[in-house]
Design a protein. Structure first.
Length: 255
């Protein structure tokens, strides 16, 4: 599946307003350290925990936090979309892993003192950052439940439902979701093998919950059923006049 972008989860008007306030606040601060970086798909930002500008704000694209085990197995523990904040400052524990671009990505990087000063200088920015960090924490907790207890179909349904929830904040046609991840990358995020991801997506397609659209998009055909499966219910097979429903198209795994 081609990396075709990822839905932002902040309204464009809010993004513009916050961006303008960030620029104004940054100009008001002396010795401001801000850098705009562009990463190509697959490129690793290797400054996590040691860079002089360890706070990232995703402007465009999609990045993930990846970990490798000693035998080469990879896990994507978090996904960050436009508007998300990644604070890689070294804490009580050393950061393990790295930030990798899962689509062509543009980020702003800050040194820690500048990021903290921006928050102190503007109540609107501070609230926006706090709200975003709080939402990211909720998503991470939900993700722990997904990979710890749910079946493959339930994990895929949860992933789609979360994207649908975010998409609705900015899209007038929220029932179509663009997925820029390959089966292997989605498997690394959901702790599944690529073949299992393929079977789970096919199951949801056969049961009429999702449909495969053009350009690597998915159409949500039955949101109520999608939510039920995401919350732990098994997909219900649906019959047509000629038997069980069949998918309208075959999804091709991306490069």
């Amino acid at each position: 599946m081609e990396a075709i972008g990822y839905p932002a989860c902040v309204k464009p008007t809010d993004e513009e307003r916050i961006g303008e306030r960030m620029a104004a606040a940054a100009q008001a601060l002396r010795h401001t350290k801000v850098c705009i970086c562009e990463l190509k798909r697959g490129e690793v930002w290797n400054g996590c925990g040691t860079a002089s500008m360890p706070v990232l704000i995703i402007r465009e694209g999609l990045v993930g936090f990846e970990h490798f085990l000693s035998d080469g197995r990879r896990a994507l523990t978090e996904l960050f979309i436009p508007g998300d904040i990644v604070d890689c400052r070294r804490g009580l524990r050393q950061n393990q892993g790295a930030i990798v671009a899962l689509a062509d990505t543009r980020i702003s990087t800050f040194d820690g003192a500048t990021f903290d000063a921006l928050r102190r200088s503007d109540d609107v920015l501070d609230k926006a950052f706090s709200d975003r960090l709080r939402e990211q924490a909720h998503i991470l907790r939900d993700h722990c439940v997904d990979i710890g207890k749910k079946t493959p179909a339930e994990r895929i349904a949860s992933f789609f439902f979360e994207l649908l929830h975010r998409r609705r904040r900015v899209s007038q046609s929220p029932d179509a979701i663009a997925i820029p991840l390959t089966y292997a990358e989605l498997g690394d995020y959901l702790a599944l093998q690529p073949e299992t991801v393929s079977r789970a997506i096919s199951r949801l397609t056969i049961d009429g919950i999702i449909a495969i659209g053009q350009g690597g998009t998915f159409d949500i055909e039955d949101e109520v059923e999608l939510r039920r499966v995401a919350n732990g219910g098994s997909p219900r097979r649906r019959k047509t006049d000629s038997g069980f429903a069949r998918p309208m198209a075959t999804l091709q795994q991306g490069a």
